[in-house]
Design a binder for this molecule. Structure first.
Ligand code: 5RP
Length: 223
C-alpha cells in the first residue's frame, strides 16, 4: 500500500472551488498536487496555487495549475508533508531543504493541513535532525551556538553535485541532531535567534489538522 499516495489523494478532497492553495513540498505532497491538478481539470475548478519550492512550482506548471504569489493573494488552505509529527501536531520539516518558504506559506494559510504516512508520527520530536537554512558564511558561529544548545550539527552534503546542498534561496542547510526535543516551541524561537540562521525546520503551534494514512485506514485529526 502506498500510504503517502493515500494521504495525498485524501487531502485533495478538502480543497474547495475558488480557493488559493499553498502547495507544500515532498513526495507525499506531490501526490496531493497530482490529485488537485486532476480535480481542477475534471471539475473545472478555479484554484490558484502558491508553490513552496522549485519542485512544487515545476509540478504545478506541468499539471496546468494556475500559480500565484503571496504578494497577490492570501492563502485559504495549505497542504504540506512533514518529517516528524508529534502528538500536539508540532512538526519537524525540511528534509527536502524547502522549510523556509514552506513555513512562510503554511503559517500564512487560514487552514494548514499536514499529511503523512504513519511512520512520521512520534511521541516527541527529535529522532529526525532539525534542518536549518543558514547563511553560508555563518557556519562556524552557528555550529558553536548549536553545540551550546546540545546538538550535533552537520552541513548537509549534496548527492548529485559536489559540496553542500544549496537551498532554493541560495543558502546552506545544516542538520542539527538533538537527543530529544522536549520543548519545540522554545527551541523554534531559540534556533531562529542565532545570527546567520535564516529559518529552522521546527513548525510549532501552526498545524490545524492532520491526515495520516495508516496500514489500517486513514486517521484524521482535528476534523
Ligand atoms: C521538505 C519537507 C517535506 O515535506 C518533508 O521532508 C516530507 O517529505 P516526504 O513527503 O517526501 O516524506 O519538509 O522540505
Amino acid at each position: 500500500m502506498n500510504l503517502k499516495k493515500i494521504a495525498g489523494y485524501e487531502v485533495a478532497k478538502e480543497v474547495k472551488d475558488g480557493e488559493i492553495v499553498g502547495l507544500g513540498t515532498g513526495s507525499t505532497t506531490n501526490y496531493f498536487i497530482e490529485k488537485l491538478g486532476k480535480r481542477i481539470k475534471d471539475e473545472e475548478m478555479e484554484i490558484m496555487g502558491v508553490p513552496t519550492s522549485y519542485q512544487s512550482f515545476i509540478l504545478a506548471k506541468e499539471l496546468n495549475i494556475p500559480i500565484t504569489t503571496l504578494d497577490e493573494h492570501d492563502i485559504d488552505i495549505a497542504i504540506d508533508g512533514a518529517d516528524e509529527i508529534d502528538t500536539d501536531l508540532n512538526l519537524i520539516k525540511g528534509g527536502g531543504a524547502a522549510h523556509t518558504l514552506e513555513k512562510i506559506v503554511d503559517y500564512s494559510a487560514k487552514n494548514f493541513i499536514v499529511i503523512s504516512d504513519e511512520t512520521k508520527l512520534v511521541e516527541n520530536l527529535g529522532n529526525f535532525p532539525v534542518p536549518l537554512e543558514i547563511i553560508s558564511k555563518a557556519v562556524k558561529p552557528v555550529f558553536s551556538a548549536l553545540k551550546d544548545l546540545g546538538s550535533e550539527p552537520s552541513v548537509r552534503m549534496a548527492k548529485y553535485k559536489v559540496g553542500p546542498v544549496i537551498s532554493d534561496n541560495g543558502n546552506f542547510i545544516v542538520d542539527a541532531k538533538f537527543p530529544i526535543v522536549n520543548n519545540p516551541i522554545n527551541l523554534e524561537t531559540d534556533l531562529n535567534s542565532i545570527p546567520g540562521v535564516v529559518e529552522n525546520g521546527i513548525f510549532s503551534q501552526m498545524t490545524d489538522k492532520a491526515i495520516i494514512a495508516c496500514e489500517n485506514g486513514i486517521k484524521k485529526i482535528n476534523f
